[in-house]
Design a protein around this ligand. Structure first.
Ligand SMILES: *[C@@H]1O[C@H](CO)[C@@H](O)[C@H](O)[C@H]1NC(C)=O
Ligand SMILES: *[C@@H]1O[C@H](CO)[C@@H](O)[C@H](O)[C@H]1NC(C)=O
Length: 365
């Protein structure tokens, strides 16, 4: 580990000496933390069952090959990068992430993780959030050796940050099995309070590490994803228990964000309401050009919601007509709708302000 870091640092210094880009002309850097909704391929480098590196994942990606993104094509961070006028961030574990590529930012996300360390243990080897933050520290050392400590601090302070956590703490922990350890330990309201208090510590750490513009997404309507319809719904209606979980979690997340912003004395954290932006196309799929928001494009069983999306699964011919790509994850088309809410949504979607406001504001300072 330390030898590897030393080697990276040496490499970065050499690249830095050879090709010193002008930082002021580069697009704003972007850092991504969280779970499979935002993982760009870190899990490809790990021994884990939480992976998306086989067809038909990536069928609509520019290369038409799987990349580790849990989508038919681009995912939410990719589409945010488009709006920043930047190339997509590389997964932190990618060997291509070195030299000038470090200036673009990095994606530390890992499918299967949650706020809690015991979330996703069934996936074996995943990068838990505390390790993602350690990698961010290591990244900053490498960046500093490339462009110097002052420029490195500036790049991180000026960067946009996205963090997406929480869904797995419900579906891959509390509700994974009947009588799960956490559900025996906590009532749902107490569990949500515990989750948000832990999330607050994580966000405070990000702030202490230099993040100054951080989008924090709440959870989507967990009870409406094809996997939960297949497992828990006889009628095709969203599962009320998982909906209750999301409805308890999201407002408390907004509250800890407001507390953190008050402590920082500025709008460092922005609450992105994933629940409302998903709910729009879940309740009225046709209005968004989808034929269904219940059936996954790729999968098997009721709603194509059981098991994994593999080469043996049912696969819909036109992915743009489906809100869900697989049993849990939105299609690229749905991701574009979600990002358009991040960009220009009202305060119901983006609190206290949307991303186009942020980009316009920060361009002036
Ligand atoms: C999770 O694990 C990390 C690293 O071992 C530790 O620092 C952290 O406190 C743990 N979090 C919780 C909620 O136990
Ligand atoms: C969000 O962004 C749009 C610009 O795309 C702007 O017109 C609108 O007022 C913003 N909404 C809020 C609530 O900030």
């Amino acid at each position: 580990m330390h030898l590897q870091l030393a080697w990276f640092l040496l490499f970065d210094i050499i690249i830095g000496l050879l090709a010193f880009g002008d930082l002021s002309e580069a697009a704003r850097a972007f850092f991504v933390f969280g779970d499979s909704l935002v993982d760009n391929g870190n899990n490809n480098y790990l021994v884990t069952s939480a992976r998306a590196d086989a067809p038909p994942y990536g069928v609509d990606y520019p290369t038409h090959r799987p990349t580790g993104r849990f989508s038919n094509g681009l995912n939410i961070p990719d589409i945010i990068s488009e709006h920043l006028g930047a190339e997509s961030t590389l997964p932190y574990l990618s060997p291509e992430l070195r030299g000038d590529k470090l200036l673009v930012g990095a994606n530390f996300a890992s499918a299967g993780i949650g706020i809690l360390n015991d979330t996703g243990i069934q996936f074996i080897n995943i990068i838990r959030i505390s390790e993602q933050l350690e990698y961010f520290q290591q990244y900053q050392q490498r960046l500093s050796s490339l462009i110097g400590p002052d420029q490195a601090t500036r790049l991180v302070n000026d960067a946009l940050v996205l963090i997406t956590l929480g869904g797995n703490d419900f579906v891959n922990n509390y509700y994974l099995l009947p009588f799960s350890a956490r559900s025996r330990e906590f009532s749902l309201p107490d569990y949500v309070r515990y989750l948000t208090s832990e999330y607050k510590k994580i966000l405070a750490t990000l702030y202490n590490m230099g993040a100054r513009r951080t989008l924090v997404t709440g959870t989507g309507p967990l009870g409406c994803v094809p996997a939960e319809l297949a497992l828990r719904s006889r009628t095709g209606d969203c599962d009320p228990e998982l909906m209750r979980a999301a409805e308890l979690f999201n407002p408390q997340l907004v509250q800890i964000i407001q507390e953190l912003n008050a402590e920082a004395g500025s709008d460092v954290f922005i609450a992105a309401n994933a629940f409302s932006s998903h709910m729009d196309f879940v309740t009225n799929p046709q209005a968004y050009g989808f034929v269904t928001s219940k059936i996954a494009c790729c999968g098997q069983g009721p709603y194509n919601g059981l098991g994994l999306c593999t080469i043996a699964s049912n696969l819909c011919p036109n992915r743009d007509l489906y809100a869900f790509w697989d049993a849990f994850h939105p299609s690229e088309k749905a991701n574009r709708i979600i990002v358009s809410r991040l960009m220009s949504g009202s305060v119901e979607y983006m609190n206290p302000m949307n991303l186009s406001t942020i980009l316009a504001m920060d361009a002036r300072t």
